[in-house]
Design a protein around this ligand. Structure first.
Ligand SMILES: Nc1ncnc2c1ncn2[C@@H]1O[C@H](COP(=O)(O)OP(=O)(O)OP(=O)(O)O)[C@@H](O)[C@H]1O
Ligand SMILES: O=C(O)[C@H](O)[C@@H](O)[C@H](O)[C@H](O)CO
Length: 189
């Protein structure tokens, strides 16, 4: 049977015993970060934060009109998400956030020591199919998918990362994510 985890890297810092309590489920649009993030939060009995809910009206309007966001557009959004993560981390929190670039992930890490990421990797065709399949139920148009892939800096070499194949079943993804959280020590004291 094909393994579900493509790769995972444990944090390099000396590891205290407690597992992480703040997780970002990341990936391009259509990777399933909202679906998996919300289910993971339920399973862990943690808070769930939907990253899209923190976009400004201007950002929403831009994306709805088929215009990709810039670094500048994302800066204050990421700052708000970092603050929200820090506010909720003690009780446990899962955030769904594209976090496409390394600098974006660093901005989130700066708010929460020991923050870990679950990267849902999805193929371009599957992302298109999923996003197009949502139709008008969602503001994000499938025409923006290519720009998401162009912006993505895969987090291959980053510590505190679980890399999953998002085309596996939700049950498999959740089982793997919860098991990984249990055995992954905090990256920072
Ligand atoms: N593992 C999966 N298997 C099959 N379908 C999935 C899986 N994960 C998500 N989906 C479906 O794919 C679609 C996109 O999922 P979702 O909205 O969670 O993605 P997303 O990464 O949050 O996208 P966006 O960033 O655009 O909101 C949804 O219809 C969802 O039900
Ligand atoms: O960084 C970004 O470009 C955005 O966060 C997008 O990823 C969308 O918000 C999301 O994918 C739609 O749900």
């Amino acid at each position: 049977m094909q393994k579900i985890a493509l790769s995972s890297s444990l944090p390099q810092a000396p590891a205290p015993a407690c597992p992480p309590r703040a997780v970002v489920v990341m990936g391009v649009s259509g990777s399933g970060k909202s679906t998996v993030g919300e289910l993971l939060a339920q399973r862990q009995d943690w808070a769930f934060v939907e990253g899209d809910a923190f976009h400004s009206d201007e950002n929403h309007a831009k994306m709805r009109a088929g215009v990709p966001l810039t670094d500048e557009d994302r800066a204050s959004w990421l700052e708000a998400l970092g603050l929200e993560l820090a506010r909720l981390a003690a009780g446990g929190v899962v955030l769904s956030c594209s976090a496409l670039k390394r600098a974006y992930r660093q901005q989130l890490r700066a708010h929460v020591p020991g923050l870990v990421f679950i990267w849902l990797e999805v193929g371009r065709d599957a992302a298109h199919r999923r996003v197009a399949g949502r139709g008008d139920r969602h503001f994000f148009p499938a025409t923006l998918i290519d720009s998401q892939f162009a912006t993505l800096e895969p987090p291959h070499d980053e510590a505190g990362l679980l890399h999953l194949d998002s085309e596996r079943s939700l049950e498999e993804l959740l089982a793997h994510a919860t098991e990984w959280l249990q055995r992954t020590p905090h990256a920072h004291p």
